[in-house]
Write a protein that binds this ligand. Sequence first.
Ligand code: KIV
Ligand code: ZN
Length: 390
Amino acid sequence: MTTDIDADRVLIFDTTLRDGEQSPGATMSHAEKLEIAEMLDEMGVDIIEAGFPIASEGDFTAVRAIAERAKDATICGLARANITDIDRAWEAVAPARSPRIHTFIGTSPLHRAIPNLDMDQMAERIHETVTHARNLCDNIQWSPMDATRTEWDFLKRTVEIAIKAGATTINIPDTVGYTAPVESAELIRRLIAEVDGGEDVIFATHCHNDLGMATANSLAAVAGGARQIECTINGLGERAGNTALEEVVMALRVRRDIMPWSTRIDTTKIMNISRRVAAVSGFPVQFNKAIVGKNAFAHESGIHQDGMLKNAETFEIMRPSDVGLKETSLVMGKHSGRAALRSKLKELGYEVGDNQLKDVFVRFKALADRKKEVYDEDLEALMREQAGGE
Ligand code: KIV
Ligand code: ZN
């Protein structure tokens, strides 16, 4: 039974290959999608949303190939609320050891206006399509798109219809990144408490990052009772992106004291997959991105470097090895101090006495004022110059 998970577990649903790939320009090749899916499966992702099979022949073939190869993860295909989409999604995911169909419809007033359905017609469509999907597959996820801007009474009504028709996971998308943490938690809490059958399904949270709150909103939803977080590697996704997998997973790990929920993710695989997704999607990771940015474990200022040399916990709440990085990097620049310079020189094979350090430090500062970052080769050149001058 898909809804049977330990009370303290949160399922990780990765949609890098579906919502992530919807980022303008982030298209991946068939081989790249298979490679990313294999990495996601190996790192312990519970559900991989492999694509939107009706969208193109290429999407269909990729989802099917991923379904055939997946070893552990549930493989999910997206479908709009119509029979053709659902049948195509089922055809693509059916070979999986554990297949899931994810079907959705926009329920907010703005989204209802697009297919021009009134509330009763939409309710009927949800009943028909979820029933159809459930007759094909016993693992069905249903999403009211733009849930966070849907009227409460209608949201509750549609969720109840989907559950009665056989949905096993109810995903609550914050499609335009509009909600805020207090509201996100309260919405899930209220759905679980007030929806008929709410206690028999898993509630999921799917947040976009338009206001930079996707991670906070996802974790708040978990505090409200959600047990599935939908996310992408590097936060790839439409517009400002989706919740970043690495952020929610590491937040749950580092702050287990106040967020007592666990995932199955092998966090030591995070850095590797982040780099691979950046390379194949063509979306570089910003330098100061939480967890996976180039600077996330780098320290330049003298006070920070000195603290780090004495005790890494002074300025790091995670170890670099937790996310698969070898070590913290002490970046040598104009803010670096003597202790860091001495330690860096030692690493490069130069043991310097106090007087020599004083002299190199003056030259190093002069160089650092001209250059943003002083590399190992620059320091070696300084040491050679100094030896030549003596
Ligand atoms: O953001 C969204 O609403 C979606 C749905 C398809 C779940 O991605
Ligand atoms: Zn989305």
